[in-house]
Design a protein around this ligand. Structure first.
Ligand SMILES: Nc1ncnc2c1ncn2[C@@H]1O[C@H](COP(=O)(O)OP(=O)(O)OP(=O)(O)O)[C@@H](O)[C@H]1O
Length: 467
């Protein structure tokens, strides 16, 4: 049974400047304001429909199809909840920050729920040539953290493997902060020599040292009112770490060759792909500096932890590297990329796509345009290989036995006829290896590569042939 909102609540909704709706606990939209209708539905009224239908085109509540639902959270907790959602609208998918507040009005349980929706542009849920793209859970969790910390002034430390997008996330923290109108100043710390470090960071006076031909403003000063992004902070040598620490503790600095002390005014974001715990244990990174920079650490997921985004990322990168060609991935090529572990992360994906676009004269990139991942053999029409960085699909957990069999079949293809060597390298006796090969043969019902090329059906990567 649907509830009728009280006039005072309807009035507060109508005067709300942000897009807003009133919902009941059964996911029905009871009322909407003009800002909501204008922003999301070209002025059309959607009251009376279910929120999951309107925002996602689903026929069931979002939490029943694997998405987090802020309404459900609020119903369960009885308090306000906020989260990022990807909304599927007429013009495409977009990121919306949804805030749900239960309205009790003296009643024991909430009468209904006020929903306020704010668009966020720090990332795109649709292919886009520049900026952050993604819709996977790991990526949404990352964006949540960016939203949580952006309005605060605390230092942020971004960690994660090389090529995961730390610089883009640093920029997103800046863009979502109240310093967004100020400058964003990236500093590549690993490239700064000892002599350059101070003069680059703090600036210098003309004549301060040989080669100082004019006054120079430092990067700390350039970041005034904005964000200073210290990339590769883990590579800063100990001597310079002391200087950084002094800057962060006193919020002041002095140009080289000058006596005047100046006040610094920046928000600090640092990034590293080094393991700072290890560096501290080795005495290569100061613990006091670590505590200064790591108030809010954010670990970026590796690309293999957000494989759901590979198609979207690839599409976006193709728009970037070949804007004049409408390049698409074939299904097989997309699957090939999704099955690869990407030790070099998004930078490696970019590299592979650049190479593929040069190799292809068509609009479609197929598996044979990715020779590094797909070693075609000439033995059969679809002779498969498994790349050493092969990882099983996200939605499928392989049993250890199945994984062992895959690995074995991959090795047998590589080392045909050399079982003695293989047994030794695997650390098992030749008898054990022979037994495992026989079991593999039985389970696939096919000959092992000893007698020909082994195919294990859908679990194998199959290279498309060039048309
Ligand atoms: N979510 C994303 N959406 C689109 N492009 C991305 C995303 N994340 C990273 N990229 C692209 O991947 C490349 C590598 O990103 P970036 O330089 O920010 O990585 P990094 O983690 O700072 O690497 P390193 O540690 O080596 O400095 C860039 O071309 C960047 O534009």
């Amino acid at each position: 049974m649907s509830v009728t909102p009280r006039p005072e609540h309807l009035e507060s909704l109508f005067y709300q400047t942000d897009p807003a709706t009133l919902l009941d606990a059964n996911y029905h939209i009871l009322a909407t304001n003009l800002a909501y209708r204008t922003a999301f539905h070209q002025g059309h009224e959607v009251a009376g429909r279910a929120c999951y239908d309107v925002s996602h085109g689903f026929n069931r509540p979002c939490d029943e199809v694997g998405e987090c639902c802020p309404l459900k959270l609020s119903i369960q907790s009885g308090v306000r909840s906020t989260m990022l959602h990807v909304h599927h609208l007429a013009h495409g998918k977009e990121y919306v920050r949804v805030e749900i507040e239960p309205i009790f009005d003296g009643a024991e349980s909430a009468l209904y729920y006020k929903e306020v929706l704010r668009r966020t542009f720090i990332a795109s849920a649709e292919p886009k040539a520049h900026g952050l793209v993604g819709t996977s859970h790991a990526f949404i969790n990352l964006l949540e953290k960016v939203h949580q910390v952006a309005p605060e002034s605390v230092p942020v430390l971004l960690t994660g493997e090389s090529g995961t997008g730390k610089e883009l996330i640093a920029r997103a923290v800046h863009d979502a902060s109240n310093r967004a109108n100020g400058p964003f100043v990236p500093v590549e710390c690993s490239g700064l020599t000892e002599t350059l470090f101070e003069s680059e960071l703090f600036g210098h006076r003309k004549g301060a040292f040989t080669g100082a031909l004019s006054d120079k403003q430092g990067l700390v000063e350039a970041a005034r009112g904005g964000t200073l992004f210290l990339d590769e902070i883990g590579d800063v040598p100990l001597l310079q770490q002391v200087k950084l620490l002094r800057l962060l503790e006193s919020h002041t600095f002095r140009k080289v060759g000058e006596t005047e002390v100046k006040k610094a005014d920046f928000r600090l974001v640092c990034a590293t792909n080094r393991n700072l715990d290890e560096r501290m244990a080795q005495g290569l990174f100061r613990r006091d500096l670590y505590y200064r920079i790591s108030t809010f650490p954010i670990k970026l997921p590796a690309l293999r932890e957000r494989r759901q985004d590979i198609g979207l990322l690839a599409h976006s990168i193709l728009m970037r590297v070949a804007p004049e060609r409408k390049l698409r991935l074939s299904q097989g090529a997309e699957q090939l990329l999704k099955n690869y572990a990407f030790p070099g992360n998004i930078r490696e994906l970019l590299n592979l796509l650049e190479r593929a676009r040069i190799l292809s004269s068509e609009n479609q990139l197929s598996t044979h345009h990715f020779p590094a991942l797909c070693h075609e053999t000439t033995a059969t029409d679809a002779a498969p290989t498994i790349h050493p960085h092969f990882v099983p699909p996200e939605d499928k957990i392989l049993s250890l036995k199945a994984l062992e069999q895959r690995y074995l079949s991959f090795l047998l293809e590589r080392h045909t006829g050399n079982q003695e060597y293989l047994a030794q390298a695997l650390g098992v006796s030749l008898r054990t290896l022979t037994r495992k090969i026989a079991a593999l043969k039985r389970s696939t019902g096919r000959a092992t590569p000893e007698a020909g090329s082994l195919k294990s059906g859908q679990d194998r990567l199959v290279c498309e042939r060039s048309s």
